[in-house]
Write a protein that binds this ligand. Sequence first.
Ligand SMILES: C[S@@+](CC[C@H](N)C(=O)[O-])C[C@H]1O[C@@H](n2cnc3c(N)ncnc32)[C@H](O)[C@@H]1O
Length: 197
Amino acid sequence: MSDAASGYERVAADFLAARGNVAGRGMGVAEVRAWARSLPPGAAVLDLGSGSGLPLTKLLVDAGLAVHGVDASPTLVEAFRRNLPGVPVACEAVEDSRFFGRRFDAVMAWGLWFLLPAAVQRALPGRVADVLLPGGRLLFTAPAEEGSWTDVLTALESRSLGAAAYRQALAEAGLAMLREYEDEGQNHYYEARLAPE
Ligand SMILES: C[S@@+](CC[C@H](N)C(=O)[O-])C[C@H]1O[C@@H](n2cnc3c(N)ncnc32)[C@H](O)[C@@H]1O
């Protein structure tokens, strides 16, 4: 069966048990909380590959941000709706999504980018730039090293284009890199900003 969620629909129960059922702790919590605090109060944030909404989307909501989620796994979107009632979420692949037909102050994609085919990864900064308001911010994770590996849960191939290629794709989309850093689990973060008008 084809899985628009890069294999995550098939392993949704395992993913929920491993990460998506607990609020307030897990990989990325400290970094995303700090990023959320750096955004203007009430900023509109699009969370790409939002999973069950736990733990990360909930942090954004609890920080007072106006969040919309997008995820291609029907099972994880159902969990998102249970965990964050009233928070808009679209069950769509980021490749095809209209991103609610509106623009946002910020976009986050934690643990998604490197699941996507290389061509989609190269095109995504342009899609993100199109939905960001002037001066809008992007946060995403992907390894700094170029290479491919097998996702432990899905057993499908993931691939990183490497930091140099991500920097280039962001620059071509008009997104200026603000900073890069790693968390204690060696997740590599890219923070970028669209030029103000
Ligand atoms: C590693 S999980 C991360 C989920 C969440 N961001 C978190 O931090 O817990 C990757 C998520 O991306 C979703 N996903 C994978 N490929 C996708 C695609 N092409 N479009 C939208 N969502 C996708 C999966 O369903 C899954 O929820």
